[in-house]
Ligand binder design. Structure first.
Ligand code: ANZ
Ligand code: ZN
Length: 863
């Protein structure tokens, strides 16, 4: 046999699905329609689909196809997160326009997605770089601005003085711009902010409602929002002026352990000192070179500069402490100033040890003795008993904190506050390939929103990438416009939005992608929230948080009617592969040949070292491109493999053996079902009727069929798709087993029933093969993709037993129930123990025992 010709069959079935419009749904479904919205994180069109995408979209497609079979109207759209820096880099490096680069990549990746046979609503496709999408995003922004959810203010950014651009924290490497290599400066710029901090409380409490999200993601979100309870404390400068420095602390209970006060390099007092102290100014400049990222600051060595100023303690009469400028104090957190308590905080301790500052010990860990306990190089940040702390002596952390706050409030030196780690979201980027911020700056009127009827503000196509800075800025005419308010000459905002804005509402747009407004509220009401979102854990924080914020903002401005965008979230694991290297560096999988003991280069035969199994990445050259795999093995094989070897949330190792195994399984199913189809054709009439009773082989197969339905239903409901695949392998074995028995009409019927069921059960995973097999079984029948999910009959799931007649000397004396595979000895023992039988044979010798399996036991007794 030639086997299953997937290359011909797969596109044929894709056409059949498209022609039947199986995956189309209306924006506003008829009332009462059960709806289900499945969404995978939409791809960035980087060039080629990678295996991570294949896994992501296959997981989502299994859910979508399964839910459709369960009777839901399923929204399963696809689009492109199409703005971003790589397109601009391509323009600079290769002279290709970002739009051209992006749309060419989209075409390539769309072709691969379509080749994989996903059940997508392609008529809803859009790219975020299309004016019809980003123009509506501009409208959303203006609504948010009117609602007080957006504002313009100054903020520190990482500034690359050579490229004349703002850098994201990730683009600052060791204090230098990632492209220019120039030392980065901290620079204050006017920026647009979305006021996500206004929603901090709601974003935090909303996490409790996200019961179908991974616990890990919920924790990460909560940490990122970072609610901390503490106090603001004012320290009076001991220079006779009435100036004060305010600090934020979560540990006001440790105020007696103070050793110094430290301020951020950008703190106004630091600037005041630097005005007359050149050394202070130099230190501040050094700190600025570190960049603004928390991680960079966290890792850097703790350094400081003693300003010579001193502050008074709020509780200790007459005591004063030095004021330092310290590189580990962030201007953007709390108040930009701290009181240093070395015994309770490791950074403070490192700092105190380095500069020879006092280390007063005020917290006694449980079980320690006050006279002997000391602090070496490790601070103690746990709970304990306060000592050497005046009125706080003897108290624990919570009591001490309450008492300290009460005292601070009564003497007017501070108050209890809640502080959030979450910062407002700065959305301004000095880039071309993004959504223009729809604002016009007028000398007389200030920033003026672009009137709605002038939206979209479209990107000009004719821009130059050979000059440093933002191409929008040096475009000769684009930015020069009349002020919409007063008509005077004005300039457009040339900043564009952070691309995270684009992905913060695309899921809502998919519900009504052709509406003239950002959403059609009825469509949004029908489809939102997304029932099942599937994507990578790398988006656990920012993307998901921004989308949650945007949904709240869109609710407030009347665009949607929910607060949470994603009711269910599934985060899939990564795909790994062996790595290979030789003297020249990393070697790609398709450049090697595996040998018995190792691997060699395909071209030269030279040995190659097999390295660790690691996450597929360009840098290690251990990626496998999906397109050639689909070409060689078919879409269904690729789909089955990414589903089969690991639980979806775990990492999956891509192996050649695994893929060929999946391919063999597909061929095996095709042959199995093919034989059944032939047999059914030959014996049409005898297999058409439901049998009145089933012989053993048929009974066994019927039970396997219904057990498999139950198991697959459970696996698909619980995202344990790999378990589902394992059950399908078992089911295939059961079908093969049934071929060995005598083909009685009941068995022929049961085999056909099993084969038909198999087609429906594998349809979410291997949809093309399912269609191909089902069409052989039932020529001219309905598409598998349009059929209902099979139901497991409880009757076939119950533990099986067989009734046996028990005769004594040929006369029926009782019946017993036994398992069909019970051993003869067990059956005979049960028969002799049957009460009526036992009474009759008592005291007599059983000379002969006749057992006809599934039928009868006859006992012959002597005397
Ligand atoms: C005194 C103290 C004593 C502190 C002690 C800790 C332990 P979270 O929980 O993250 O809110 N802090 C405050 N503002 C800061 C800033 N701008 N830059 C760097 N550090 C800052 O942490 C709050 C704690 O971090 C505050 O409590 C403060 O140090 C420090 F035994 O104050 B603590
Ligand atoms: Zn004006």
């Amino acid at each position: 046999t030639t086997g299953y010709a997937f290359a011909e069959a797969e596109p044929r079935w894709q056409r059949a699905w498209a022609e039947a419009h199986l995956f189309d749904v209306p924006d506003v479904p008829a009332p009462g329609t059960p709806t289900y919205y499945v969404l995978e994180m939409f791809p960035y069109p980087s060039g080629q689909l990678h295996m991570g995408h294949v896994r992501n979209y296959t997981l989502g497609d299994v859910v979508a196809r399964y839910k459709r079979a369960r009777g839901f109207s399923v929204l399963h759209p696809m689009g492109w997160d199409a703005f971003g820096l790589p397109a601009e880099n391509a323009a600079r490096e290769r002279g290709v326009h970002p739009a051209e680069w992006t749309f060419a990549n989209i075409a390539t990746m769309r072709a691969t997605l379509q080749r994989l046979g996903f059940s997508l609503n392609w008529d809803r496709e859009f790219a975020t770089c299309e004016p019809r999408y980003y123009g509506l995003q501009q409208a959303l922004f203006l609504d948010m601005l009117a609602a007080g959810l957006a504002e313009r203010r100054e903020a520190y950014v990482n500034w690359d003085p050579v490229d004349h651009t703002v850098l994201a924290n990730e683009q600052v490497i060791d204090g230098r711009g990632w492209r220019s290599g120039a030392p980065v400066e901290k620079k204050k710029l006017s920026q647009w902010f979305l006021r996500i901090t206004d929603a901090a409380e709601s974003l935090l409490s909303g996490i409790d409602t996200l019961t179908r999200w991974p616990e890990r993601v919920r924790t990460m979100q909560a940490r990122w929002i970072g609610r901390s309870e503490g106090a603001k404390v004012q320290f009076a400068l001991a220079d006779g002026s009435d100036a004060r420095i305010e600090v934020f602390t979560t540990r006001p209970d440790t105020l007696f352990g103070m050793s110094f006060l430290a301020i951020a390099p950008e703190h106004p007092i630091a600037a005041r000192v630097a005005a007359s102290d050149a050394k202070a100014a130099a230190f501040i400049a050094e700190c600025a070179a570190l960049g603004t990222s928390e991680a960079a600051i966290e890792q850097a060595e703790k350094r400081g500069y003693d300003t010579g100023l001193r502050v008074a303690h709020p509780f200790i009469e007459g005591a004063t402490y030095p004021v330092w400028i310290a590189n580990f104090v962030l201007m953007e957190y709390g108040t930009g100033a701290i009181f240093g308590c070395p015994c309770g905080d490791q950074r403070d301790l490192d700092f105190a040890r380095k500069y020879g500052l006092d280390v007063p010990v005020v917290v006694l860990p449980p079980g320690e003795d006050a006279s002997s306990f000391g602090v070496g190089d490790t601070a103690y940040d746990g709970d304990g008993t306060l000592i050497r702390s005046g009125f706080l002596d003897g108290m624990d952390f919570a009591t001490g904190r309450r008492a300290a706050i009460e005292r601070l409030e009564s003497i007017g030196a501070g108050e209890g506050v809640v502080n959030w780690r979450l910062r407002d979201w700065g959305v301004s980027r000095q880039r071309y390939w993004g959504c223009p911020i729809p604002i016009i700056h007028c000398a007389a009127c200030g920033p003026v929103p672009v009137p709605h009827e002038q939206l979209p503000v479209e990107l000009p196509a004719d821009v130059r990438f050979d000059l440093p800075g933002n191409p929008l800025d040096h475009h000769p005419s684009w930015k020069h416009v009349a002020c919409p308010a007063c008509g005077a000459a004005a300039v457009r905002e040339t900043d564009t939005f952070d691309t995270f804005v684009d992905s913060s509402w695309y899921f809502a747009r998919f519900a009504s992608p052709h509406a003239p407004t950002p959403t059609d509220p009825d469509a949004a009401r029908a489809w939102l929230p997304v029932d099942q979102y599937v994507g990578g854990i790398e988006h656990a924080i920012l993307h998901l948080l921004y989308a949650r914020f945007f949904t709240r903002a869109m609710h407030r401005t009347g665009h949607v009617s929910v607060d949470e965008p994603f009711a269910g979230l599934f985060t899939q694991g990564m795909i790994h592969h062996e790595t290979y290297r030789d003297a020249s560096g990393w070697v790609a999988p398709d450049e090697i040949v595996r040998t018995a003991g190792g691997a060699t280069r395909r071209d030269s035969g030279a040995p190659v070292e097999i390295g660790r199994v690691e996450k597929m990445s360009k840098s290690k050259r251990n990626t496998i491109a999906p397109a050639p795999i689909i070409e060689r093995f078919g879409a269904d094989t690729a789909r089955l493999f990414v589903l089969s070897d690991s639980p979806p949330e775990r990492d999956l190792e891509w192996t050649e053996a695994g893929v060929t195994g999946a391919a063999r399984f597909g061929q095996r199913l095709w042959r199995l079902v093919g034989r059944i189809a032939e047999e059914a054709k030959a014996g049409d009439t005898q297999a058409a009727e439901v049998p009145e009773s089933y012989g053993e082989a048929a009974d066994t197969l019927m039970r396997a069929t219904h057990r498999t339905i139950a198991a697959l239903t459970e696996a698909l409901e619980t995202f344990t798709f790999n378990v589902g695949v394992a059950r399908l392998y078992e089911f295939a074995n059961a079908l093969a087993e049934a071929e060995r028995a005598e083909p009685t009409p009941d068995l022929v019927w049961a085999r056909r029933e099993a084969a038909r069921t198999l087609c429906l059960l594998i349809a979410p995973m291997m949809p093309h093969l399912a269609e191909e097999m089902l069409s052989r079984l039932e020529p001219g029948g309905a598409l598998a993709a349009s059929r209902a999910w099979p139901e497991a009959d409880p009757g076939w799931l119950a533990a099986r037993s067989v009734k046996l007649a028990v005769q004594v000397m040929g006369k029926l004396r009782g019946t017993i129930e036994v398992a069909p595979d019970a051993s003869e000895a067990d059956v005979l023992a049960l028969a002799e123990a049957e009460p009526n039988v036992a009474r009759l044979i008592e005291g007599r010798r059983v000379v002969k025992r006749i057992y006809v399996p599934n039928r009868i036991v006859n006992l012959v007794v002597a005397g």
